[in-house]
Design a protein around this ligand. Structure first.
Ligand SMILES: C[S@@+](CC[C@H](N)C(=O)[O-])C[C@H]1O[C@@H](n2cnc3c(N)ncnc32)[C@H](O)[C@@H]1O
Length: 389
């Protein structure tokens, strides 16, 4: 219980797998607690404070961890005033959208976070607004943030059914009048009725794939070792291959930006030139496949628009996160027996869902009553437990 920054200081480094959270939005609601976030006089102060809280979140997060951050927007005007009046300085004017979620996302990106998605939470039951000079706001951003470009993400657990199945398309094509490019090409007919496949219907082109290929950086390290052992230079290799030095150099570069895997024919030549052993034979093996894109057997990627109704607020909480939103997020980023953190837990939706999915939960809130209610509700403490804080 307490302010997010102070309480997070007690959470060990790297101990959290995922965070699902929705902080108080700027200048929208008074949670009636000293030290609460969201009532800063200036939007920049709100952003700075969140960045500081997220520095602590970053520390507690495992290297392959991730954060789902839901923040809503607000307009300057009635609720956001300066000295009791709608502001009129610079861009800060009455009726301006503050764009605060994006200010936060940009600031977090500057502070070292990776922004991997701006998912749209489309509130399917959003109330139409009465204003006549703009659209009703019916969505909020949900940012997926990570500590690095590699992180735990179980896409399979959130896949959704394909709109059309390969089987249906095949039947349609068989019964239909497949003409044109697929005339006399029965092997192509099955793809004809699907817009998904039209781009490649010119013919099945064979493409070479390396399904187990190592990272280019890793292979470059190995090639450098072999080069050293042979006491040869990259220039010498380029000459033997008959390739420009600049191109050959990329196969030996151990930085992510410049490193490239050699194409199959060059790899074969390198193996001979540098007397390479067999350790990468399997990983560099080439498979032939057609370039017709088929349905993934486990369903399609759900996309970044999440159609979820707003949850009804309970007697004690105004801004409760819909269970469905927490469930979607946690299925993707909470590993088996993993831990979830919410530094602004409120009624504890992310905690309830995380525990239901078999995970552990660490929650923080400035409001002791919220936390007590969560602990009683979840059966962690009994209702007659003495004051905890
Ligand atoms: C939008 S609500 C979170 C709702 C929550 N996701 C749920 O499903 O109920 C934001 C919460 O942040 C808490 N809060 C405000 N300022 C805080 C701070 N400085 N540190 C920790 N929690 C804070 C509020 O008490 C409120 O419960």
């Amino acid at each position: 219980m307490g302010d997010a920054v102070d309480s997070l200081a007690k959470v060990p480094d790297g101990s959290i797998n995922t965070v699902v959270t929705s902080p108080p939005y700027w200048a929208v609601r008074d949670y009636g607690h000293d030290g609460q976030l969201g009532l800063e006089a200036e939007v920049d102060d709100y952003v700075d404070r969140l960045v500081k809280i997220f520095r602590e979140v970053h520390r507690t997060l495992a290297d392959d961890g991730s954060v789902w951050l839901n923040i809503g927007d607000s307009y300057f005007g009635k609720t956001i005033t300066v000295n009791g009046r709608p502001p009129r300085t610079g861009w800060k004017r009455n009726k301006q959208l503050t764009l605060v979620p994006f200010r936060v996302a940009l600031a977090l990106q500057e502070d070292g976070w990776w922004v991997r998605n701006t998912a749209v939470w489309h509130k399917t039951n959003a109330m139409p607004a009465s204003m006549r000079d703009r659209l009703t706001n019916s969505w909020e951003p949900v940012f997926l943030l990570t500590k690095s470009d590699r992180y735990y993400f179980d896409l399979d657990s959130i896949r959704v059914p394909h709109k059309t199945s390969d089987e249906v398309e095949r039947k349609r094509a068989e019964s239909g009048s497949a003409k044109g490019k697929a005339q006399d090409r029965p092997e192509l007919r099955q793809w004809l009725n699907s817009p998904r496949h039209r781009a490649t219907i010119d013919g099945i082109k064979e493409v070479e794939r390396r399904p187990n290929a190592p990272e280019a950086v890793e292979l470059a390290g190995y090639l450098r070792g072999a080069l050293k052992e042979k006491k040869k230079s990259i220039g010498w290799v380029a000459e033997q291959l008959g390739l420009p030095f600049e191109r050959t150099r990329h196969y030996f570069r151990t930085d992510k930006i410049g490193s490239r895997l050699p194409p199959p024919e060059v790899w074969e030549q390198l193996k001979e030139l540098l007397d390479l052993d067999t350790q990468y034979d399997e990983a560099m093996a080439v498979e032939l496949g057609d370039n017709v894109f088929r349905n993934h057997p486990k369903g399609r990627n759900p996309g970044d628009v999440l159609r979820i109704p707003v949850a009804a607020s309970s007697s004690n909480h105004f801004a409760v996160m819909p269970r469905q939103l927490a469930e979607f997020a946690l299925k993707a980023t909470l590993p088996k027996n993993g831990s979830c953190l919410d530094p602004f837990m409120g009624s504890g939706t992310s905690g309830r869902v995380a525990r239901q999915l078999g995970g552990r939960f660490v929650g923080v809130d400035v409001n002791a009553d919220y936390m007590t209610e969560y602990l009683v509700d979840s059966g962690i403490i009994s209702p007659d437990t003495e004051t905890l804080w």
